[in-house]
Design a protein around this ligand. Structure first.
Ligand SMILES: *[C@@H]1O[C@H](CO)[C@@H](O)[C@H](O)[C@H]1NC(C)=O
Ligand SMILES: *[C@@H]1O[C@H](CO)[C@@H](O)[C@H](O)[C@H]1NC(C)=O
Ligand SMILES: *[C@@H]1O[C@H](CO)[C@@H](O)[C@H](O)[C@H]1NC(C)=O
Ligand SMILES: *[C@@H]1O[C@H](CO)[C@@H](O)[C@H](O)[C@H]1NC(C)=O
Ligand SMILES: *[C@@H]1O[C@H](CO)[C@@H](O)[C@H](O)[C@H]1NC(C)=O
Ligand SMILES: *[C@@H]1O[C@H](CO)[C@@H](O)[C@H](O)[C@H]1NC(C)=O
Ligand SMILES: *[C@@H]1O[C@H](CO)[C@@H](O)[C@H](O)[C@H]1NC(C)=O
Ligand SMILES: *[C@@H]1O[C@H](CO)[C@@H](O)[C@H](O)[C@H]1NC(C)=O
Ligand SMILES: *[C@@H]1O[C@H](CO)[C@@H](O)[C@H](O)[C@H]1NC(C)=O
Ligand SMILES: *[C@@H]1O[C@H](CO)[C@@H](O)[C@H](O)[C@H]1NC(C)=O
Ligand SMILES: *[C@@H]1O[C@H](CO)[C@@H](O)[C@H](O)[C@H]1NC(C)=O
Ligand SMILES: *[C@@H]1O[C@H](CO)[C@@H](O)[C@H](O)[C@H]1NC(C)=O
Length: 442
């Protein structure tokens, strides 16, 4: 796979995940009849609206009702009437070719600064047509949640955002024409729990690891396709490094092995989702790397030049998904299975081992009692199917295409849930059970 096509896959993935979204703003209003919005704040909102281009009349309620707390996307305090939240995520898709792509366009007026109590601002999924994100967003000092993802901003991330000391979540995902030279400004945001900068270029932010490792509340960090530099400014001190991360996405960054394993291993048991797809992690992976990640459910190590063996999976007692496709594992599949058949034997549901130079024969994978999907496409497996299978009722997808398996096609009737079987380009003989032949691709 070429370097060019990796980001494309990533974008497609984003598209797919967006298609499943449904929520549209929060209901407007204070919930109390007698409290009305402030005149000053109402005027500020009307000025803000003037700066926007609202082709699809999302803001038609703005100005009709006297009480701006009743306007779409506006949330006020039911005690004081001050505007607390603004949610102008008005469309559900980032795909301009979808009929339901109906973003707001235009400018973000500085009149927002009049909304002194604003703690929630979501302008995600609009189209600011590669304008610069204005610096004054960093003066909305009560903001706790700022979501400007998929907004088409460009230019430097305003470091003034580092003044938003109450910020708990900052989402700038997918503003792929934005960049930041350094991330030091983030270090003032000690309440930050969610930080999403996917596709923002930070090639020169040599301080990234130092900064994120010291954010004491961070649980969700997304830095996919950021061009994270492989050289880091200094070895980080793990003494004060936080251990709060639950979700970590560092996919598509070409990170080399040396820079992150000590830090990752120190994250320990908080981590649940770890995505390292598309890096340059070279093996063998040190035994300590994943040994403390006892809560890990999903681990993606696909598209790395990792060399087996991988012994460090011993304590992954919750693991449901393991992707190791397109590595240089160059080992015996039975050995890999024996490493995995410790703790994760009863939890693994999806095992993706495509294109990884695995050889040896097909072990009895029915040891993995929860397995739903087993991808072994394009390896060097030979020998025949195991003589007997145990009970593996949940197996839905079994992909063995492009191997050297021989002998006859086994009786697959023990796999009552099997929907997809791929055994193309092997040396198998015999016939498939007639009844369900349609589902099989041999
Ligand atoms: C005001 O809002 C709070 C929290 O949103 C809610 O618990 C409370 O019942 C509301 N009070 C009134 C008078 O609507
Ligand atoms: C947005 O700002 C630009 C530059 O200041 C201006 O030319 C344009 O008219 C503004 N758009 C709207 C809708 O106000
Ligand atoms: C920001 O908005 C996007 C798109 O609406 C959404 O998918 C994402 O979850 C939001 N981010 C946060 C941190 O809630
Ligand atoms: C806001 O941030 C900028 C840039 O980081 C800084 O120069 C400025 O002093 C900060 N302002 C306040 C009020 O903290
Ligand atoms: C850890 O943090 C404490 C308190 O902030 C500080 O005094 C100490 O020097 C830090 N240690 C290291 C190794 O950075
Ligand atoms: C990373 O990989 C390179 C090349 O294989 C190797 O020389 C180096 O020792 C590795 N570093 C670590 C920390 O494993
Ligand atoms: C794993 O956790 C134990 C106990 O918390 C700790 O002593 C050990 O240093 C950790 N190992 C690594 C590699 O972080
Ligand atoms: C593994 O190969 C199968 C068959 O080509 C494919 O459907 C699947 O997407 C591949 N998995 C990965 C993670 O590349
Ligand atoms: C198969 O899936 C069902 C439903 O998801 C689950 O309850 C059951 O425990 C699974 N069977 C095994 C052997 O894991
Ligand atoms: C299959 O086996 C043949 C002969 O043993 C060998 O030449 C070929 O490279 C093998 N193919 C794969 C995909 O391992
Ligand atoms: C599988 O391939 C290996 C060499 O890669 C060979 O030594 C072994 O005999 C083969 N096994 C079968 C059953 O063909
Ligand atoms: C399949 O091939 C094996 C030898 O590789 C042979 O013993 C067996 O009879 C063949 N079975 C069928 C159904 O052709």
């Amino acid at each position: 796979m070429s370097g060019m096509s990796l980001p494309l896959i990533f974008i497609i993935f984003i598209l797919i995940s967006l298609c499943t979204k449904t929520a549209l703003g929060f209901p407007s209003g204070t919930g109390a009849d007698n409290i009305q919005c402030m005149e000053r704040e109402k005027q500020a909102l009307l000025t803000f609206k003037k700066g926007l281009i609202d082709e699809y009349n999302h803001l038609s309620s703005w100005g009709i009702n006297e009480d701006c707390c009743q306007w779409r996307g506006v949330r006020c305090s039911n005690r004081t009437g001050h505007v607390l939240g603004l949610n102008l995520q008005v469309t559900n898709t980032i795909d301009p070719y979808q009929p339901d792509y109906m973003p707001l366009r235009g400018n973000i007026s500085s009149s927002l600064l009049e909304l002194q109590y604003l703690n929630y601002l979501d302008l995600s999924l609009n189209d600011f047509e590669f304008k610069q994100l204005p610096d004054y967003i960093g003066s909305l000092k009560n903001l706790r949640h700022l979501n400007l993802s998929y907004d088409g901003f460009s230019g430097k991330v305003p470091y003034q955002l580092g003044n938003l000391s109450k910020l708990q979540s900052l989402d700038l995902n997918s503003n792929y024409q934005m960049y930041a030279d350094k991330l030091e400004w983030l270090s003032h945001l000690s309440s930050l729990r969610q930080l999403r900068l996917t596709l923002i270029k930070v090639e020169h932010a040599f301080d990234w690891l130092q900064v994120v490792s010291e954010l004491r509340s961070l649980t969700d960090l997304q830095l996919g396709s950021c061009g994270l530099p492989s050289v880091i400014s200094a070895p980080i001190s793990l003494v004060n490094s936080s251990k709060t991360l639950i979700q970590l996405d560092l996919s598509f960054n070409s990170l080399p092995n040396s820079s992150i394993f000590p830090w990752l291993s120190n994250l320990g048991s908080s981590l649940v989702d770890l995505d390292l797809f598309g890096n340059r992690l070279q093996g063998p992976i040190p035994d300590y790397a994943f040994s403390n990640m006892t809560s890990l459910l999903h681990l993606d190590l696909g598209y790395n030049p990792i060399v087996g063996p991988l012994k460090s999976f011993g304590n992954l007692c919750s693991l449901k998904t393991l992707s190791l496709n397109t590595n240089n594992l160059i080992g015996q599949l039975p050995q890999l299975f024996s490493y995995l058949s410790g703790c994760s034997k009863h939890t693994l549901e999806t095992l993706v081992l495509n294109d990884s130079f695995l050889s040896g024969s097909l072990p009895d994978f029915t040891l993995f009692s929860s397995l739903r999907e087993l991808q072994l496409q394009n390896n060097n497996l030979n020998g025949s199917f195991p003589k007997s299978f145990g009970h593996l009722s949940n197996l839905t997808i079994l992909d063995l295409d492009d191997n050297n398996l021989s002998g006859s096609i086994p009786d697959l009737s023990v796999f009552v849930s099997l929907k997809e079987l791929r055994i193309r380009d092997n040396l198998l003989n015999g016939t498939l059970p007639k009844k369900s032949r349609k589902a099989f691709k041999a």
